[in-house]
Design a protein around this ligand. Structure first.
Ligand code: COA
Length: 424
């Protein structure tokens, strides 16, 4: 079966998380992703957070499915020659080096355009142009710089980062969209272009509702925030705990078993259109007509009491039992699912969102498959490559080198670990 990005070849110069997330998605859509790695070392994540000695970490394997790996020392003369050949052959170069690293290798945007005017050169950087553009950035730095941390957590506690990798994976997603748009535009112009996704920008884009609230704050208190009506608002959007960002009051409530199970909780939304049904389910039918509780605005000063009353009901039910009852009434709710529960959830296996992969040195492991489903471009998740596994194959099939030329490059030191790297 054909794939959406069949025929697109990606020179994947990415490492760690943000860039690999992007190129993994493109590979799942059918692009041929050639991952260039440093000889002997590879992507640093191969060895990070290792659970099995000597085996590629899950950090690496879960971000590099469906790719091919070639080892090239980009600072070696022959290595640069090889990279130039690959740039001539590929459609997209994706990188997330520290600012300036690609230029120092000799691959400025001007040089890349000379080599291949159709090339799309896509980068993740921590910050866009400006005072911080030279900074190296990791996930949590981006969460702090993009506004997420200041708006996450409880009002009486410190800023919090979230476990969702909105800085790294979130920016990788943004970059992938930019690349696909640039490929589409190239059909009309015949030209490549630069694509930049800065992590600060990506996080801010995901925090758009908080910049909305920052501006609303100038016109009065944010009534859906837990600080209203008894607390104080300062000059910036405060942390709102678990209150809903969508304008409907929400809270995380205990369910049966919460004393021993850290995830026996449910997210409960007191959505206005289903208020009557909520009152019926929890046995407070008098609230349907009581003027103190009947209308959303009237309920705001009573939210603590309301959620305590709902919680008295949820604590008598398991979280999935509560969900089943609430679903019958179309009352939105979210049981807090643990990673263990998600890993074991059959429906996620059935859709390919959670997949079991076999790896030659690791054996079987679970991964997250492609979360984007397309009816005419089905994703088949294949294992991540071993370091340099496809070096010969790429020299032969992509660059069309004969055996003598393959030997010439392999003997040059450009594809072997640093101890044998020739001085320039
Ligand atoms: C993630 C980050 C902080 C890591 O920084 P780092 O460990 O210093 O890694 P760099 O990207 O700077 O690369 C380090 C060096 O390896 C070199 N290198 C990389 N691949 C190489 C290869 N195949 N052969 C030879 N050298 C290579 C680079 O040229 C660079 O050398 P230089 O500094 O002498 O120019 C940095 O890459 C960064 O800020 N990236 C952009 C933001 C980002 O994506 N962050 C999210 C990470 S999940």
């Amino acid at each position: 079966m054909s794939k959406a990005l069949d025929g697109v070849r990606i020179l994947d110069f990415t490492h760690v998380q943000s860039g690999p997330t992007c190129t993994q998605l493109l590979a799942w859509f059918g692009a041929d992703v050639i991952k260039v790695e440093r000889p002997g070392v590879g992507d640093i994540t191969r060895g990070q957070l290792r659970d099995i000695p000597g085996v590629d970490s899950l950090y690496f394997t879960m971000l590099n499915h469906n790719k091919r790996s070639i080892t090239i020392d980009s600072k070696h003369t022959k290595g640069k020659e090889l990279l130039e050949e690959l740039i001539r052959t590929c459609d997209v170069l994706v990188e997330n080096f520290a600012p300036g690293a690609l230029d120092r290798m000799g691959f400025t945007w001007e040089r890349v355009q000379q080599l291949n005017p159709r090339m799309i050169m896509a980068s993740v950087k921590g910050f866009g142009p400006g005072p911080y553009e030279e900074c190296k950035v990791y996930e949590n730095v981006a969460q702090c710089a993009g506004g997420a941390a200041s708006t996450t957590g409880f009002d009486d506690g410190p800023p919090l980062v979230t476990g969702a990798q909105i800085g790294d994976s979130g920016t990788g997603l943004h970059l992938a969209l930019g690349i696909v748009a640039a490929l589409y535009q190239r059909n009309a112009t015949g030209r490549g272009q630069r694509v930049l996704a800065a992590m600060q920008d990506g996080v801010l884009n995901l925090c758009r509702v908080k910049l909305r609230d920052q501006q609303r704050l100038a016109h009065g208190p944010l009534k859906e925030y837990p600080q209203y009506p008894f607390g104080e608002f300062g000059e910036s959007v405060p942390r709102a705990g678990n209150a809903s960002g969508g304008g409907q009051p929400g809270s995380i409530l205990k369910c049966k078993g919460w004393e021993s199970d850290p995830n026996a909780y449910i997210y409960f939304i007191t959505q206005a259109p289903v208020w009557d049904k909520i009152c019926k389910v929890i046995g407070k039918e008098e609230w349907i007509t009581d003027p103190e509780y009947a209308k959303p605005e009237a309920r705001l000063p009573h939210l603590v009491e309301i959620f305590a009353t709902i919680e008295a009901w949820t604590m008598t039910k398991g979280k999935l039992e509560a969900m089943a009852i609430l679903n019958e009434y179309d009352i939105p709710c979210g049981p807090i699912l643990s990673m263990k529960e998600i890993a074991e959830e059959q429906s996620l296996r059935d859709t390919g969102t959670v997949v079991e992969i076999d790896h030659p040195t690791r054996g079987k492991y679970l991964s997250v498959g492609n979360p984007i489903k397309m009816s005419d471009s089905i994703t088949e998740v294949t294992r991540s490559p071993l370091l340099g596994e496809h070096t010969d194959e790429i020299l032969r099939d992509v660059l069309k080198f004969d055996e003598a030329k393959i030997a010439e490059f392999k003997n040059s030191g450009a594809m072997t670990p640093p101890t044998r790297v020739a001085a320039e």
